[in-house]
Design a protein around this ligand. Structure first.
Ligand code: C2E
Ligand code: MG
Ligand code: MG
Ligand code: MG
Length: 281
């Protein structure tokens, strides 16, 4: 109960914090149950070659709907899973389901998968990933791991070791959300990335403001020099895609080309595009 005294504000804040903590705990408990029951599903969003306008691969995005809480965004449940120690089993579940689904795709398509910061501190991560690929019979050369700048920060040495292990097995590594993190460009000297994903915040304003355009062009020049492929995230309009293609950006991802979809819808999409290709050939 809030007091009227000067300390009242403190009491109100405390109650809000208590309610927030209770909600986090509810989500944590529901998520534990869902992971144990195998109820978190991978969805897939196409990544296309901008020049050829062809699908080259898909990013795996975790989806979860609880019977009581309804659908919960990964922006909410992934950080909770990280903080409460559920990320390991959750990631393994989603990767297993994703590689099983991707086996049905044409085998020149890649699958990308997001790694959380805490997974880059755990030296067992590489082994866990390789075990899953081995069991599902998925070629490591078709897998790409996405990590964020923040993920590299807490323990750069540990992250470097995991990244090198993965790359030695043929898994490609992408730097995600580039431009939004806290790390410096110097990180690009310490780590080797195969791909760099330009954050949606630059892409969404590319047609409106000059700074975004200059930043994107500078990032693309840097990718070129360092031998990294660039993928622009969050493309929603044709004009953005055209401008990015003109600047020489290799890949694109966004609602313009396709929203994240479940395994079954994704297979349908691939069948349709193959049929279309056969018709045009
Ligand atoms: P991310 O890895 O940067 O993924 C891209 C996010 O942008 C996805 O949000 C995607 O749905 C959204 N997006 C794609 N195209 C567009 C567009 O044109 N416009 C807009 N407005 N948004 C677009 P989502 O699925 O909500 O995922 C949010 C974040 O949660 C991801 O950001 C990733 O950091 C994390 N995440 C999702 N699944 C996993 C997972 O399996 N493991 C881990 N560790 N993190 C995950
Ligand atoms: Mg990503
Ligand atoms: Mg991203
Ligand atoms: Mg993002």
């Amino acid at each position: 109960q809030a007091k009227r005294s000067g300390r009242g504000r403190v009491v109100v804040y405390t109650r809000e914090m208590e309610e927030a903590a209770m909600r986090v705990t509810r989500i944590e408990q529901a998520l534990r149950r869902a992971v144990a029951a195998g109820e978190v599903e991978p969805h897939f969003q196409p990544i296309i070659d901008l020049k050829m306008r062809q699908i080259r691969g898909f990013e795996t995005l975790a989806r979860w709907s609880d019977p009581d809480l309804g659908p919960v965004s990964p922006a909410v449940f992934i950080p909770i899973a990280e903080e409460r120690g559920i990320i390991g089993p959750l990631a393994q579940l989603v990767l297993r389901k994703a590689t099983e689904a991707a086996r049905a795709w044409p085998d020149d398509l890649f699958l990308s998968f997001n790694l959380s910061p805490s997974q880059l501190v755990d030296q067992n991560t590489g082994l866990h990933i390789l075990t899953i690929l081995d069991r599902t019979g998925f070629d490591p050369r078709r897998l790409e791991i996405e990590i964020t700048e923040t993920g590299l920060m807490s323990d750069p040495c540990s992250a470097a070791k995991i990244i090198e292990d993965l790359r030695r097995c043929g898994i490609r590594v992408a730097l995600d959300d580039f431009g939004t993190g806290l790390s410096s460009l110097g990180r690009l000297r310490e780590f080797h990335f195969d791909k760099l994903k330009i954050d949606r915040s630059f892409v969404s304003s590319i047609l409106e403001d000059r700074p975004s355009e200059h930043i994107i062009r500078a990032i693309l020049a840097m990718c070129d020099g360092l031998g990294m492929e660039a993928v622009a995230e969050g493309i929603e309009e044709e004009g953005q895609a055209e401008r990015l293609t003109q600047f020489g950006c290799w890949g694109g991802q966004g609602y313009l080309f396709g929203r994240p979809a479940c395994a079954q819808t994704t297979i349908g999409l691939l069948r349709d595009s193959l049929r279309l290709k056969a018709l045009l050939a």
